[in-house]
Ligand binder design. Structure first.
Ligand code: GLA
Ligand code: ZN
Length: 658
């Protein structure tokens, strides 16, 4: 999948490791490199956080040690990804330029000595960052082993509240709305005397409890915070690209409290890369949706192409939290293969050896503190061998007929105002992802505004904040024959996060063919019985819309208790050539699977009957069709597909050309 003009893009499917040469005595490097070579490592990521070693004093650079490390891996035919070390400016820099420290919501400067605590907008920090990035890019521009760069580390949306950032937020608002009167109207600032008479009064949500602030301001601040981080990514990638137009550029993203908009952030980058730490302790409760297949599909959908794992689970996680259980036999290898099955072309493991100092000394690498290779190293070698056997996968891609739409606005607005206890935007996305997965079907998770023409089933959960393009696309998709799934809390807010003065689901009413007359909000743990057409009792949790259906709308399930007993809970409306399902509540797992099955059968998708829960089937397509069956459970599983019978041990995967 070599891109544009990137030369030296690694062919095939590759396994790698994150390595921190600056943590180890140089005498160890050769042994490490030899061991990596023997195992089959093809990519090594380095220099993340190494600023103090690369520039021990201002303008005194020392790249010689990194040259030696790069050379060592290059000589062993390994590719190197270098990180811009900007996540951790050195202590001298903080001392000399204290203004670069991030300010938190309470107005306090964050203590130095941790990481990621610098203000992305600080002019001095940008200038000093530029210098070290230029040095790095210049130094390795002709080096064939260095194939690309990771920008910074696990960037979050910029929530810094220093004076520079306050001003940058104000400017963002001014640019967007032009006058304070327009802002006042957009935000509904007539409530609580919130009207601005001058832009100087526009402030970021600086309150530990920002839930008391205007949700319109909060949503816009989140959008600004994302734009601000994207601007920082563009600042770094522009520097690198000017010097090294032939090397790939990415940033390692993750799911965190303040996520930037993934689609914007990766727009100018060559590939998506993700830090993948799947569940180590699998939940006992059948209703908990734990599969990282969801996250992997979300990552693939950012650019609709194959992606990389920049950090992959290799052992116990812990340090600032109590340690997790040891990873089960099979997890190290199985979870890496799971990433490949969902479209990863490289899986780089965090980290080669566990740190012996620093705050992360209990976040295990492949090799333990003792430096004695153990069970996990052995499994890592098995993984590398397995990956050698499946190089035919190179250039294959995932392609699915089911899409789930993701919207950063929904995530921001929902987080700001939880609609019910433990009700999360991601939950309903995961619920439908899981339901189709349990039928052996692959799912794409895509930007809400993406073209939907290729999809037969489109799940559009909790479309809370209006986006006119999305709304139009959904009407069009249904009209063209797709099945569209809408759920509770759709059509609630306008683009500025104000309530829409119409009966819910407002902009989706015609599409769904229903109106919500009232709703009930359920505390966590409460279940409301619902009966389906066969009178089976299923249940809803979190939320119950009480709805009336239009004529000709089918009711597929009704509430079986509460004051809304017999009111519709699931409806289906014929719209154009397609149909629109409305889920008034959040259904239990088996019920969701049941409805997913009805839709899949109607749209001619090949489902696998009786697939054990936790077993995932995905495909990659190229000249051949590759099938992956992954047992993401702690039990041995028997899988029957037509006449085939496949037995898989816990976390085992079967990969076959079919
Ligand atoms: C993140 C970071 C790494 C490391 C790991 C483990 O993914 O990117 O530097 O801190 O978590 O904690
Ligand atoms: Zn700042």
């Amino acid at each position: 999948m070599a891109d544009n003009n990137i030369v030296n893009f690694p062919e095939g499917i590759n396994i790698g490791v994150d390595y921190y040469p600056e943590h180890w005595d140089e005498a160890l490097w050769v042994k490490d490199a030899d061991m990596m070579y023997d195992a089959g490592v093809k990519i090594v990521r380095m220099a993340e956080f190494a600023w103090c070693r690369l520039e021990p004093e201002e303008e005194k650079f020392d790249f010689e040690w990194l040259d030696r490390a790069v050379q060592l891996f290059g000589e062993r035919d390994m590719y190197v990804i270098l990180c811009t070390p900007t996540n951790t400016p050195p202590q001298w820099l903080f001392e000399k330029y204290p203004e670069i420290v991030q300010v938190d919501k309470t107005g306090k400067k964050i203590q130095t000595g941790i990481r990621g605590h610098r203000c992305l907008n600080s002019p001095v920090y940008r200038e000093l960052s530029k210098k070290i990035i230029v040095k790095m890019a210049e130094r390795y521009k002709d080096n064939k082993s260095v194939i690309g760069y990771q920008i910074d580390n696990e960037l979050e949306a910029n929530h810094c509240c220093c004076d520079v950032c306050k001003e940058s937020f104000r400017n963002w608002v001014r640019k967007k709305y032009g006058t304070v009167q327009t802002v006042n109207k957009a935000y509904g600032n007539n409530v609580w005397s919130g009207e601005y008479s001058d832009f100087s009064q526009v402030m970021p949500p600086m309150n530990e409890n920002d839930k008391w602030l205007n949700p319109s301001l909060n949503l816009d601040f989140n959008r600004y915070a994302s734009d601000s981080t994207c601007d920082y990514v563009a600042f770094q990638s522009d520097i690198i690209r000017k010097i090294s137009p032939d090397k790939l550029i990415t940033t390692n993203t993750w799911l965190c409290a303040n996520m930037p908009d993934f689609y914007d952030m990766f727009n100018e980058l060559d590939i998506v890369s993700f830090d993948n730490y799947p569940a180590i302790t699998l939940p006992k409760d059948e209703e908990t949706l734990y599969s990282h297949g969801f996250h992997l599909d979300l990552m693939r959908g950012i650019k609709n192409k194959n992606f990389w794992i920049m950090e992959q689970l290799s052992g116990i996680v812990g340090s600032w939290t109590p340690m997790s259980r040891a990873i089960q036999p099979g997890m190290l290898k199985g979870y890496s293969l799971q990433a490949i099955a969902h479209g990863a072309d490289a899986v780089i493991h965090f980290r080669w050896r566990t740190a012996v100092s620093g705050a992360e000394m209990y976040w295990q690498g492949i090799i333990d503190h003792s430096n004695v290779p153990g069970r996990r190293y052995k499994e890592f070698c098995e993984l590398c061998n397995k990956v050698k056997e499946i190089q035919g996968l190179s250039t294959t891609v995932c392609r699915n007929k089911i899409a789930i739409l993701y919207s950063s606005d929904n995530e921001y607005a929902f987080k700001n105002q939880h609609q019910a206890q433990e009700m999360h935007y991601f939950e309903q996305m995961k619920q439908w992802h899981d339901a189709f997965t349990c039928l052996g079907l692959g799912v794409d998770i895509i930007n809400q505004t993406q073209n939907l023409d290729d999809y037969k089933i489109i799940v559009s959960p909790t479309m809370f904040v209006e986006n006119k393009e999305t709304t139009a696309n959904l009407y069009k998709a249904a009209d063209n024959g797709a099945a569209v799934i809408l759920t509770n809390r759709s059509g609630e807010r306008d683009y500025n996060n104000k309530c829409i003065m119409e009966q819910l689901p407002t902009v989706y009413s015609k599409l769904a063919g229903i109106k919500v007359t009232e709703y009930d909000v359920l505390p966590d743990g409460m279940k409301v019985a619902i009966r389906d057409e066969q009178n089976n009792i299923i249940y809803g949790k979190r939320w119950c819309d009480i709805i009336e259906e239009n004529d000709n709308v089918e009711v597929l399930a009704r509430y079986n208790e509460q004051f809304y007993k017999d009111a519709p809970a699931v409806t289906r409306n014929k719209y154009g050539n397609g149909e629109v399902y409305y889920f008034a509540s959040v259904l239990n797992r088996d019920a969701s699977i049941g409805f997913a099955k009805i839709m899949a059968e109607e749209h001619g998708l090949d489902i696998v009957e009786n697939l054990p829960k936790g077993v995932e089937i995905t495909y990659r397509y190229g000249e051949k069709k590759w099938r992956f069956i992954f047992n993401n459970t702690e039990k041995k599983q028997e899988i029957v597909i037509g006449k085939e019978k496949i037995t898989l041990n816990p976390f085992d995967m079967e990969i076959e050309v079919v």
